[in-house]
Design a binder for this molecule. Structure first.
Ligand SMILES: [Zn+2]
Length: 96
């Protein structure tokens, strides 16, 4: 199943989701085929992986903390993108 675009390289990520009783979301994930980024949700816990770093929150996380985490994720994505241009060890952008 096709998912959203990777925020690092723009490739379409692999999307997976599973529902309990057809409506209650049990798990969901998006993975960049180049391994830059992944988003996963499993029984109330969300984990975002950017390069080799992870951010996570759950249903107890306050709105203010969520905003901080999202801001941090944006910042990490920006830095990861910038670093990737100068670092050949990070998987390169495929031609598009
Ligand atoms: Zn990517």
């Amino acid at each position: 199943m096709k998912g959203e675009e990777c925020p690092i390289c723009g490739e379409i990520m692999e999307h997976d989701s599973d529902y309990l009783d057809g409506w209650c979301k049990l798990e969901e994930s998006d993975d960049c085929p180049n391994g830059h980024y992944s988003y996963s949700y499993y029984t109330g816990v969300t984990v975002i992986t950017i390069g080799n770093k992870q951010l996570f929150w759950n249903y107890n996380t306050s709105f203010a903390d969520m905003q901080r985490i999202h801001h941090l994720a944006d910042e990490m994505i920006k830095r990861y993108k910038a670093r990737r241009i100068n670092d050949q060890s990070i998987p390169s952008l495929s031609p598009s």
